[in-house]
Write a protein that binds this ligand. Structure first.
Ligand code: 2HA
Ligand code: ZN
Length: 275
């Protein structure tokens, strides 16, 4: 089987294209990464390129030593992933120290992995640990409505979580741990990676003010579905705020407690402060 014929590569490409279709990936905006399973690496081993030079990641991820990732390329357009995947995406291998990577497939016209590689890998390292190896997908998208909300809501985990939960009953079911928010920072480096990975210790969703969102999940469907649900909730909130300044009725603290009881959710009291 060629690398392009494997299920995880096909699923990755479909997810990237679904994200483009949502309008979340203007130009080269956004990036996606997948921690490849050992049996998937074994199945493609004979088709990987001869190992090239190691490159510094710019972050230290010893918890990912020896792992392989499928990631989008820096500067590549999501629009083009489905058109010419071998140009736009790449398989990288992490070294035994977790300090360096090398390219093993893809990017056939040259280039590097995503500019957000430090954040992707630091998030993967945290999520691999806290999910006991279950989480494999990290997704960054420029989701219009969440970005718009970061101009008008206080940049607190409590306010964003609570407002997004209220907008659709499925929200506390889909992201019961809530969402984390960080204020504006320069993207593409170690500092924003450290702040984002701190949020990933607790949440599966991290919002970057005036920029976009990161989501983590076990597989492509769950991670895309999470991004989609949070962004749709933000769209509803923007519609509500645009219609009137005060909500006439909403989902109350006690309603969330009842939902938690019946759906066996652990909804922290931290977010149930309104009464
Ligand atoms: O250009 O989205 O955050 C890719 C990005 C950087
Ligand atoms: Zn971005």
């Amino acid at each position: 089987m060629t690398i392009l014929e494997t299920k995880f590569v096909k699923d990755f490409i479909r997810m990237a294209d679904d994200g483009f279709a949502q309008g979340w990936h203007e130009r080269n905006g956004g990036n996606l990464s997948y921690r490849i399973k050992p049996e998937e690496v074994a199945a493609i081993q004979s088709r990987l390129n001869a190992p090239g030079d190691w490159t510094l990641i710019g972050a230290s991820v010893p918890g990912l030593a020896g792992e392989y990732f499928l990631v989008t390329g820096g500067g590549k357009y999501f629009r083009n992933i489905i058109v010419d995947p071998e140009v736009c995406i790449t398989i990288i291998q992490i070294d035994e120290t977790g300090e360096k990577y090398r390219i093993r497939w893809g990017l056939v016209e040259g280039g590097n992995p995503t500019s957000e590689l430090p954040t992707h890998l630091m998030n993967h390292e945290v999520k691999k640990r806290v999910s006991n190896g279950k989480h494999r997908v990290i997704y960054h998208a420029h989701t219009t409505n969440i970005i718009a909300l970061t101009f008008v809501l206080p940049l607190s985990d409590e306010v964003f979580t609570r407002e997004l939960w209220e907008m659709a009953t499925e929200c506390p079911v889909v992201f019961p741990a809530g969402v984390g928010v960080i204020g504006w920072m320069v993207p593409g480096g170690r500092e924003i990676a450290i702040e984002t990975s701190k949020l990933m210790e607790i949440y599966d969703v991290a919002i970057w003010a005036h920029h976009g969102m990161f989501c983590s999940g076990e597989n492509f469907d769950l991670t895309f579905g999470l991004m989609h649900t949070v962004e749709k909730s933000a769209e509803i909130l923007i519609k509500v705020l645009s219609m009137r300044s005060e909500k006439r009725q909403t989902i109350s603290d006690n309603d969330f407690r009842k939902l938690a009881r019946d759906f066996h959710l652990n909804l922290s009291e931290q977010f149930l402060y309104k009464k």
